[in-house]
Design a protein around this ligand. Structure first.
Ligand code: NAP
Length: 234
């Protein structure tokens, strides 16, 4: 996918990794970048076009597909997490549903709405922000890992359904990234700019998957180990 001269939409582009994606697209020469945000007044990056887009709101998604009918790159970045254990009797089921609503159904709704837009604009690219936790669950990430594993399967399935129209579907996996989402954790983290930069390289090279940091490479590489990486206790 040629980024120079492209027109892109990033979800959750007001802060964190989404902001870094929007900056990286501008730096790589995208001619227009729509910055989706639940509250567009929180979009502060110069040079982007803020649009109101809650990926769990069907009206927002439908309106975005009309407003952004010229896009050829869609980056599904918006995501949430929760520390609630899956088996928590009070909130476990509700937390799982909430995470699936954003991290899975949000990507699905955006992909459904924008598939015809991408087709009309020559195929383009769909980029889904996944995680090393698509393949691994830690003690506190049960519901998040379920949502990211489902989003990984969704991404692989969407790639098949979009192949005929020539849409590049790029899955991005990474470990901890230095954003609000994990600000409470004292652990090594990649910079959002590094992950966004690696994603731009993969997009430009026509890749289908990017293991954007050492953690993602280690976890995926650990599938063949005995015991497999996902069987390790944490
Ligand atoms: N940080 C990490 O360690 C890490 C690692 C791997 C993957 N990821 C993934 O990277 C992506 C970005 O996360 P981040 O680290 O930048 O997290 P973050 O700092 O918490 O930012 C999350 C972004 O998603 C937006 N968002 C949440 N729900 C939304 C919805 N329903 N509709 C539209 N936007 C919504 C937030 O908007 P508001 O400002 O309105 O809340 C915010 O812009 C997520 O998919 C996350 O799962 C993160």
């Amino acid at each position: 996918m040629k980024i120079q001269g492209s027109i892109a939409l990033v979800t959750g582009a007001n802060r964190g990794l989404g902001l870094a994606f929007a900056k990286a697209l501008l730096d790589a020469g995208a001619s227009k970048v729509y910055a989706g945000a639940r509250d567009p007044s929180t979009v502060t990056l110069p040079g982007v076009i803020p649009i109101k887009l809650d990926v769990t709101n069907a009206q927002d998604v439908a309106a975005a597909a009309i407003t952004c009918a010229d896009v050829d790159i869609v980056i599904n970045n918006a995501g949430i997490t929760s520390p609630t254990p899956l088996l928590d009797k009070q909130d476990g089921a509700a937390a799982l549903r909430r995470l699936l609503e954003t991290n899975l159904h949000g990507i699905h709704a955006m992909s459904q709405a924008f598939a015809p837009v991408l087709k009309a604009n020559g195929g383009g690219a769909l980029v889904n922000m996944l995680s090393a936790l698509s393949w691994l669950s830690l003690g506190t990430t049960g519901a998040y890992s379920v949502s990211k594993a489902a989003a990984w399967a969704l991404t692989n399935s969407l790639r098949n359904e979009l192949r005929a129209q020539g849409t590049q579907v790029l899955a991005v996996h990474a470990g901890y990234i230095d954003t609000d989402m994990v600000s409470h954790l004292d652990a090594p983290k990649s910079s959002p700019a590094d992950i966004a930069g690696r994603t731009m390289q993969a997009l430009a090279a026509g890749e289908l998957e990017v293991l954007a940091d050492d953690t993602a490479r280690r976890v995926k590489g650990g599938f063949g180990a005995t015991p497999s990486a996902y069987l390790a206790t944490a």
